[in-house]
Ligand binder design. Structure first.
Ligand code: AMP
Length: 426
């Protein structure tokens, strides 16, 4: 079914075709007609399914008609959790709406407010914003909402996770009540339902697939490996497999920087993206990764929400994410739309519990793979030994498990074992 059948305005259809889309994705097929009819929408779709166009196209279509009525003021507000996502959505709007002569502004922190102030003074039709900087503008009185007709909350679950709920409520309270509200979220929790209840009117629910399902175009691999060997395994894979555009995830900013430095030292062109870097650095990292300047980008979960780079061949979870939902988001960075991709997860002994939670969440068990030369920790708990071991004995105020007699006899004290292991000097 081509985009034309939605009854979208001709210049908008031309803009979609010029972007390279020929057929709507499932979320687009279901959400666009409902949104065009003016209903409130709750869209539950995995990342990478095309949900941006699902809410942007109905907004653009409405504005395409309104332009002829010369209405003034911001008519549509899209709230999104991260700066990168705000830029991404702005770029999508500019792409689809290239023949519409609409004015779009992305508002986010970490950059000078002056350019945003002067753009607002000149006049804007659509604002895409993160909650914090938008509140700054509201406090300064530099933004007015009386013409708002459509509100979108994108990645609503992530906005709740990031603690934006009060900011979002404050913003929504300042908007006209007579508006259309679309809420998109990867998961529909009771909190999301509560948020919807406070700001939507009889919303139509659109759910694409089970939220727990990772997108089907991604092949998932799990490599059990000692923590200390993860970096060597990463280097080994990058050097010995055809991996051209690789997104590596680290749980912490410090970890992301450390991995990047190590890759750089080994001659792999890479860059880090996380909230500890300035907005300019983050945007340059993203642009360089998109253009192919960097083979590898190392990201934390927060920064990764806005990463929509086509052609990411591999996502590597250097650390297993502590939340199963983050796993879905991470691996959804590859295999976008109709492309395919591979997701590789390194699991050390202490991360097995997180992997177990992911398996439970997505409803399947992984078959661990191994890479020759890399020590592997057992994925299953070691089978209980026959009752040779003596029971734990009290040592001071704590219990200490006694070593089996066989180990005690062979090993001796630690310093002697170390000395035995040390090679003889020449
Ligand atoms: P999103 O879930 O909106 O972030 O979109 C994921 C990716 O799919 C982006 O790279 C979009 O450009 C792409 N995409 C969205 N809709 C379509 C479509 N109808 N046909 C082909 N690609 C699409």
């Amino acid at each position: 079914m081509p985009f034309k059948t939605f009854g979208l305005s001709e210049p908008l259809v031309q803009g979609i075709l010029a972007t390279g889309y020929t057929t709507p994705t499932e979320i687009q097929s279901q959400a666009i007609p409902v949104a065009l009819d003016g209903h409130d929408v709750i869209g539950c779709a995995q990342t990478g399914t095309g949900k941006t166009a699902a809410f942007v196209l109905p907004i653009l279509n409405r504005l395409a008609h309104e332009r002829s009525r010369h209405k003034k003021g911001i008519k549509s507000l899209i709230l999104t959790p991260t700066r990168e996502l705000a830029v991404q959505i702005e770029q999508s709007i500019l792409g689809y709406g290239r023949f519409l002569r609409l004015r779009t502004l992305a508002i986010y922190g970490g950059v000078s407010i002056e350019n945003q102030l002067s753009a607002l003074r000149r006049g804007v039709d659509i604002v895409v914003s993160t909650p914090g900087r938008l509140l700054d503008h509201m406090q300064r009185g530099s933004i007015r909402f009386e013409a708002i007709e459509v509100l979108v909350l994108d990645e609503a679950d992530r906005m709740l996770d990031m603690g934006f709920i009060r900011d979002v409520r404050k913003i929504v309270d300042a908007l006209p009540t007579n508006r259309q509200t679309m809420l998109f979220s990867a998961t529909i929790s009771p909190e999301i339902k509560g948020l919807s209840a406070g700001m939507q009117k009889s919303p139509k629910m659109i759910q694409i697939g089970r939220p727990q399902n990772p997108i089907e175009t991604v092949t998932q691999h799990v490599y059990p490996v000692e923590k200390s060997q993860k970096i060597d395994l990463l280097l080994h894979m990058l050097k010995n497999s055809p991996m051209y555009s690789v997104l590596v995830f680290s749980r912490t900013k410090h970890g992301a920087d450390k991995i990047t430095r190590r890759l750089e030292r080994s001659g792999i062109v890479s860059v880090a993206i996380h909230s500890g870097r300035s907005q300019g650095q983050r945007q340059r990292a993203l642009d360089g990764f998109k253009s192919g300047k960097y083979q590898v980008m190392v990201a934390t979960d927060i920064a990764a929400r806005g990463i929509d780079v086509s052609g990411i061949s591999h996502v590597i979870n250097f650390d297993v994410p502590a939340f199963a939902e983050d796993y879905i988001h991470r691996i959804g960075r590859t295999g976008r739309a109709t492309a395919t991709g591979d997701a590789i997860t390194f699991v050390s002994q202490d991360e097995k519990k997180y992997l177990g939670q992911i398996e439970k969440f997505i409803g399947r068990r992984f078959s661990p793979q191994t890479c020759p030369g890399f020590a592997c920790v057992a994925m299953e708990p070691a089978p209980a030994e026959p009752k040779k071991n003596p029971p734990p004995r009290r040592h001071g105020r704590t219990f200490v498990a006694a070593r089996p007699s066989s180990v005690r006899a062979k090993s001796g004290p630690a310093w002697r074992r170390r000395r035995k292991a040390r090679p003889h000097s020449a």
